[in-house]
Ligand binder design. Structure first.
Ligand SMILES: Cc1ncc(COP(=O)(O)O)c(C=O)c1O
Length: 450
């Protein structure tokens, strides 16, 4: 079996960095200018996570491609880490924005689109009652607060190495002797996580049941499959056990479909027949315009209704001034009407299948002990056998090889998501895009292995 030649890797990194510099001179100048006023030369800290000495600056993006300020064009397999999963600047969304913007952007009153959006969410995702949030992070925060309010309990259960946005409760991992501790990189955390969080491994039914048994957990917050430490699928029966254990203990089950919407128009909840009490969706539903939503059963709605109708609904820790503004609602209405439908997944999922098959063919050709996983129109590769839970997945991350592959792909016109080795497909990608990736990936592996 072949292995990665680490001494070769550092030489390759040097030559790829040189190539990056020669291709991105204008981006380098702009990054230098940006340093005058922006922390680390970027408007948002994650933008330092891209490969190369600085990010490339985008000139324009459309469909599955974008062009940078140096004139390089890329096949975008990141798609704004799902925010642009519909393809960049979906025409229906752009038209709806152009129609609404001159007619008022935000008033803190409902617009006509609110009703259509509520109906679309209800039909698509199955839960009867909905609220809008600005981001999926917000939606998760609000869902957790409301679950605490509904149950009168303080604690929340999350899965090891999950990610649900910048949500305090979810930025914790399993401590070595059990219990919860802040995950590495969790900046400025405030409260001892053991006071309000329980963390268990994904797919560990015994640990899950033991954590819920005391009846002190307000909500279990889960992705249907972990997607943020690489893709870790649920074992057969895991979701039945999760539903049973939450129901038996009066724990509200919140399913966060922000990434797993890649499974189909109604997310994994519809594809796999899940039955959550609350449901969170963000990122692509506004075609890239900030907007998210959370749904609930009528039972949950009845239990929390007092907060909405009370005098303090504006200071309840739920909602926000710009939330559900007219522009976002117009974007969601147009996007859900024109994208993320069965016919869109019918194009995007086979592309992800083709991508995964291409990666597997390279793995087989070079005899490396790697894995490729696919979930709907998203796929990802690993430099190890398949991890079964977040802890195993985190232990398998190889930052050095990730960085090399990302830079290699970027220099050859392919943008991968900067976290892990993920590719996301939209209907604007083509089979030729996939073949280009397979060739580029094969050349990288050939350069890398001994
Ligand atoms: C599953 C999941 N939930 C929530 C979020 C948070 O989304 P946002 O950063 O748009 O708030 C993310 C972000 O990656 C996510 O992957």
């Amino acid at each position: 079996m072949a292995t990665i030649d680490r001494s070769r890797l550092s030489g390759l990194m040097e030559s790829e960095t040189e190539l990056f510099r020669s291709r991105n001179r204008r981006s380098a100048e702009l990054h230098d200018q940006a340093r005058h006023s922006l922390l680390a030369g970027v408007p948002m800290s994650w933008m330092t996570r891209w490969p190369g000495p600085h990010p490339v600056f985008v000139a324009d993006a459309s469909g599955a491609r974008f062009t940078d300020v140096d004139g390089n064009t890329y096949i975008d397999l990141c798609l704004g880490d799902t925010g642009a999963m519909t393809g960049h600047s979906l025409p229906a969304t752009v038209d709806a924005l152009a129609a609404q913007a001159p007619r008022g952007i935000t008033t803190m009153l409902p617009s006509h689109d609110a009703i259509a959006v509520g109906d679309q969410l209800r039909e698509r995702f199955g839960l009867p009652i909905w609220q809008i949030a600005m981001t999926a992070t917000d939606a998760n925060r609000f869902a957790l607060r409301l679950a605490r309010h509904a149950t009168g309990r303080r604690k929340v259960l999350v899965f090891n190495w999950c990610y649900h946005g910048t949500v305090d409760e979810a930025l914790n991992v399993l401590a070595p002797g059990g219990g919860a501790r802040p995950r590495p990189g969790n900046t400025g955390w405030a409260v001892d996580p053991d006071e309000f969080v329980k963390v268990v491994e994904f797919n560990d039914v015994a640990a899950l049941e033991a954590a819920l048994a005391p009846g002190d957990v307000a909500a279990a917050l889960a992705e249907p499959a972990l997607t943020n430490i690489g893709i870790v699928p649920p074992d057969p029966g895991f979701h039945d056990a999760l539903r049973r254990a939450t129901r038996d203990t009066g724990t509200i089950l919140i399913i966060d479909e922000t990434h797993t919407i890649c499974c189909g128009p109604g997310g994994a909840t519809r594809e796999w027949g899940l039955d959550p009490d609350m449901f969170v969706i963000g990122k692509p539903i506004g075609g890239g315009v900030p907007c998210a939503a959370y749904g609930m059963t009528t039972d949950v709605a009845e239990r929390i209704m007092d907060f909405v109708t009370g005098d303090d609904s504006d200071v309840a820790g739920i909602g926000g001034t710009l939330t559900a503004n007219a522009l976002s609602l117009a974007a969601v209405r147009a996007t859900l009407g024109a994208a993320l439908r069965d016919e869109d997944f019918a194009v995007a999922v086979p592309l992800a299948e083709q991508w995964a098959a291409g990666v597997q063919s390279v793995i087989d050709r070079f005899d490396v002990p790697w894995t490729v996983h696919r979930l709907g129109c998203r796929a990802e590769y690993w430099f190890c056998p398949p991890p079964r839970n977040g802890g195993e997945a985190a232990a398998a991350v190889d930052h050095e090889v990730d960085a090399f592959l990302h830079l290699w792909c970027l220099n050859r016109g392919i943008l991968l998501t900067p976290f892990h080795n993920m590719a996301l497909f939209c209907p604007s990608h083509t089979a030729a895009d996939v073949d280009h990736h397979t060739e580029v990936f094969a050349a990288a592996v050939e350069a890398l292995v001994a």
